[in-house]
Design a protein. Structure first.
Length: 141
């Protein structure tokens, strides 16, 4: 995502770093942007992700809006400054890049990722229903 590079290079008054934390089934980099203020003490972290459902295009835009609020002149907004004094932010604009791209180019209502499921003709899983905590594969929309 070229925009993450732009944000990192043009941040004002905050530390911004970018990491690749994985790769999608189709080989796209999964990127996270860390936004923080320098501190001698460790702070709690807030993770904000978007684009887990491929067809919900507003969520990546919302994460990018939040990113802009945190990165560009954050100390001019007292609420943002308070948040940054207490927390480090980890922002993931698109957690499901394969599904997001597929929903843009092939099937507007696609919501899953694009991983090929072993032993099945079905493509993808609903990432939002694939967490270990109280997960029940028999329940789905």
């Amino acid at each position: 995502m070229a925009y993450l590079d732009y944000v990192q290079q043009n941040a004002k008054g905050v530390q911004v770093s970018q990491q690749v934390f994985g790769q999608s089934a189709e080989g796209r980099a999964l990127k996270v942007l860390k936004v923080s203020l320098p501190s001698r003490i460790s702070k709690k972290a807030i993770i904000i992700d978007g684009g887990i459902h491929a067809r919900e295009w507003i969520s990546p835009a919302s994460v990018i809006w939040m990113m802009d609020k945190l990165v560009f002149n954050p100390l001019s907004d007292p609420d943002v400054a308070t948040l940054l004094n207490h927390f480090d932010f980890y922002l993931i604009p698109v957690l499901n890049p394969d599904g997001y791209e597929y929903s843009r180019t092939n099937d507007r209502l696609w919501r899953k990722n694009r991983r090929i499921n072993s032993g099945s003709t079905c493509i993808g899983v609903d990432l939002n229903r694939n967490f270990d905590y109280q997960w029940d594969p028999s329940k789905s929309d």
